[in-house]
Design a protein around this ligand. Structure first.
Ligand code: NG6
Ligand code: CA
Length: 507
């Protein structure tokens, strides 16, 4: 009898053991269908700024490793030709032109409604740890916020469990880091004050005190001088909290490394938005990258960013999570050489084509405004290849929702997960693009640009804006540099696309 009980106990122990083992293996399957997700989001990086996409004058081996080892999209888009609207679309799945979003000043309130569904909220609900480290530029708190108190709402209120950000851009105040809503290293005896209209009495500015600057402003960027760099907006106080520009890339990278190392030990998967500041102005490479590209600071910070990607990959490999991590790389808008400082970007550019074959640049309704680097990498799951599928950052929300088994969707976001995984060559059928509140319509290989009033060229940045007198139709595949307006040749297609475009825009 005793013997039988013992055998019975052994059998049940064995059965429990198997059950646990089974559960563990089910758990493992679950984690692979919920991989870690890292969204590397550049600021103003052009399609042609990577050697994988044709850059010859300098190399980006680490970015190339991801682009060539994953799916490199030849028709990958940002939603807008400027930062704020693009980011809003990427993180919320909403078309930014519906809200007529513009580039925000550093004092702007949060533009995402805290009641709104967002991509990070969707991932939180699906069991993810979520974080953003880097540039934010979607506003913070309310219009009259006190930077010396907890600043809310912000990233933490719209889906990010952790945030370590710069509020707007590197070229505008406040020039401090904000961690989970609190300015880092702030001395309460030296409070920060920010104003975008009026200077604080007695404060030198780039405009009045050029002798105090180490970087010269070309247009805009002539208010408060921080670290020798004249910025957009006025700032007073907060000395102990002011960031070091040349250390910014290392600083964000350190945060990214710690986050990945720490979170990869947890049972939950993580979503990390690594929103890099490069190569936006002011371009301030760390001294170890100065002169490396031969293209001045713009090329140098691209090489610095590429090195950061190498470090990111090392961290992922050391944490043993490379085969369980989906990495998506893109840029918030197209490239610009002179965006307001004299930094030799124009003078040393030579034959480099930051936008690759595309016409225009940042701010433009022509291709280069939004047609950006875009690739997905997932070792062991994504087969390397090149895809012509039409995909946009706005689609991340609904696509990732499918991946992680969530039924939440972004209202204007389409599920193109199979294209992201390289399993299908089918992306979106059509897409509405935006550049400084103007819109265009891409369908298949064609792009329709309606006529707009306004300057042909933004002379300050020397970029063609895409303001045309008459409607234009281009075949982006055959004519990426948009030299041949097909509107007269294909009136039927123009009519069809215009009708669809207007219907989609609700006019
Ligand atoms: C513009 C700035 C430009 C850059 C841009 C935002 C001037 C004259 N120009 O207004 O330098 O900061 O805003 O770039 O101030 S973005 O990538 O964040 O959209
Ligand atoms: Ca940008």
């Amino acid at each position: 009898m005793k013997h039988n009980i013992l055998i019975g106990l052994l059998i049940s122990f064995f059965a429990i053991g198997c059950k646990v083992a089974n559960e563990q293996s089910t758990g493992a399957t679950e984690t692979s269908s919920k991989p870690n997700i890292i969204f590397v989001y550049f600021d103003d990086l052009g399609y042609g700024d990577l050697s994988a996409n044709g850059a010859k004058d300098f190399q980006t081996p680490n970015l190339d490793g991801l682009a060539n080892g994953g799916v490199n999209f030849t028709n990958g888009y940002a939603s807008s030709a400027t930062c704020t609207p693009s980011r809003y679309a990427a993180f919320t799945g909403h078309y930014p032109w519906k809200k007529e979003l513009k580039i925000l000043p550093g004092t702007a309130p949060l533009i995402i409604d805290t009641a709104q569904v967002t991509m990070p909220k969707m991932l939180q609900e699906a069991g993810y740890n979520t974080a953003i480290i880097g540039k934010w530029h979607m506003g913070l708190g309310d219009a009259n916020k006190d930077w010396n108190k907890h600043i809310s709402p912000g990233p933490n209120e719209v889906g990010f469990d952790y945030s370590y950000i710069l509020a707007a851009t590197q070229d505008r105040v406040p020039t401090v880091y904000i961690e989970d809503g609190n300015v880092v290293n702030l001395d309460p005896n030296d409070p920060i004050e920010i104003d975008y209209k009026n200077n604080f009495e007695g404060q030198p500015t780039g405009k009045d005190n050029p002798e105090l600057t180490t970087m010269k402003w070309h247009h805009g960027h002539n208010a408060t001088i921080i670290n020798g760099v004249p910025r957009i907006g006025y700032m007073k106080g907060g000395k102990s909290a002011i960031w070091s520009d040349v250390d910014m890339a290392d600083h964000f990278l350190d945060g990214v490394k710690s986050y990945i190392t720490e979170k990869s030990k947890e049972d939950k998967p993580f979503f990390l938005a690594y929103t890099m500041q490069q190569p936006h102005v002011p371009r301030t490479p760390h001294p170890r990258f100065v002169g490396k590209s031969g293209k001045g600071p713009r090329g140098d910070v691209i090489m610095e960013a590429d090195w950061c990607i190498g470090e990111l990959m090392k961290t992922i490999r050391e944490a043993g999570i490379e085969e369980n991590t989906l990495i998506i790389v893109s840029s918030d808008n197209g490239p610009v050489l002179n965006d307001g400082y004299y930094d030799d970007a124009v003078e040393l550019n030579g034959d480099h084509k930051p936008a690759g074959p595309y016409r225009g640049g940042k701010y433009s309704l022509f291709e280069a405004g939004t047609h950006v680097p875009f690739f997905t990498y997932w070792k062991g799951t994504i087969e390397p290849g090149v895809s012509d599928a039409l995909v946009c950052q706005i689609d991340l929300f609904s696509s990732l929702a499918t991946l992680v088994g969530s039924d939440m969707r972004g209202p204007d976001s389409e599920d193109v997960m199979d294209a992201f995984l390289g399993k299908s060559t089918k992306g979106r059928e059509s897409l509405i693009l935006e550049a400084t509140t103007r819109t265009s319509y891409r369908k298949g290989d064609f792009i329709l640009i309606p006529p707009y009033k306004g300057a042909k060229v933004n002379k300050q940045v020397n970029i063609e804006l895409g303001n045309l007198k008459h409607v234009a139709l281009f075949n982006v595949k055959e004519d990426p540099s948009q030299t041949k307006n097909l509107a007269k040749e294909k009136p039927e297609l123009v009519k069809e696309m215009m009708e669809e475009f207007l219907a989609k825009k609700g006019n």
